[in-house]
Design a protein around this ligand. Sequence first.
Ligand code: ATP
Ligand code: MG
Length: 341
Amino acid sequence: DVMDRSHDGRQPRANMQELDAALTQLADSLMPTAAEHQAQLDVFEGVKALLQARYPGARVHLFGSVANGLSVRHNNDIDVCLELEGVDDQAGKAEVAVAVGELMEAAGMAEVLPLPKARVPVVKFVAPQTGTKCDVTVNNVLACINTKLLADYCAIDPRLAPLVALVKHWAKRRAVNDPYRGTLSSYCYVLMCIHLLQMRPTPVLPVLQQLPPTFRRTVGPWTCEFCDDVESLRGFGAPNRESLAQLVWAFFEYWAWRHNYSHDVVCVRLGTCLHKDDKDWTRRIGNERHLVCIEDPFELSHDLGRTVDRQTRAVLHKEFTRAATLLRDAHDPLDMLFASY
Ligand code: ATP
Ligand code: MG
């Protein structure tokens, strides 16, 4: 039952120090090497040169996990934003996505796939030399800003990046990291990790959007404001002494047994949970079901869980419960925890 919250939340059975050492080692092995990171930056530079030859003077940004320090090795993809003056509406962005598709085709990129009708029009392709998958979007300013927010959270406490690496790895292995099939995006899992660290009894992360803002941008109807003075916030989480293993356990335990799926909205902006009533996310509207609710930190009308339906919510909850149960009951849970689905 998705709503079963009756569990008493005991501690894991494994030796926590050993579990922590193993998880830390696994997280390290998931982080790209300097050479792999450089290879992705090289692909970005190549794509940027092609775009700037076609659109002289345009700015081209790298965003997503390669830019915010949260990439894991299994996911060899880069996110690129082309900034063009005067292309603001959906139709204009869709047109550019098609044009960029033709450009990349002509430049010898493989598997070129324009998706002009997507919520965020995009063209996907693969750089053939390295096999790097690229997504190019147009004037995707909010994504560039949320990338910076995530990077700033990463810089504040060194436990966020390894926690994200392990959760992303788990989600890939357990086949619950595919928003097109009703599960959750990587970006959504990162927000869930940040939220967990904000909500620890002794917080590991601050709530950057609740501090006096030092960064301000307006994007259409959305005001993006937060404190980006990470230098003064380094060490914020030091009073919390929880290990990576304890935080991984807390993550799965929360999503298995503590999150109230019928009422709660995860809100990184406020560092708390809102009620679905607060957002009017209480019923299905079109394809937006609001069964698992995670508020985007800037685009406040955007529920990152909107892709989840009843069936995939049950799958997600089953996987969270499986992970928490393994961590609680197994002497040596790791092989099972990350076993391929
Ligand atoms: P991965 O390592 O799996 O590629 P990622 O952090 O790059 O993970 P993606 O899902 O590829 O995550 O998304 C790339 C970026 O696009 C995110 O960092 C975020 O800035 C933006 N983004 C992705 N999905 C959304 C969304 N649904 N709403 C708003 N921004 C999003
Ligand atoms: Mg990405």
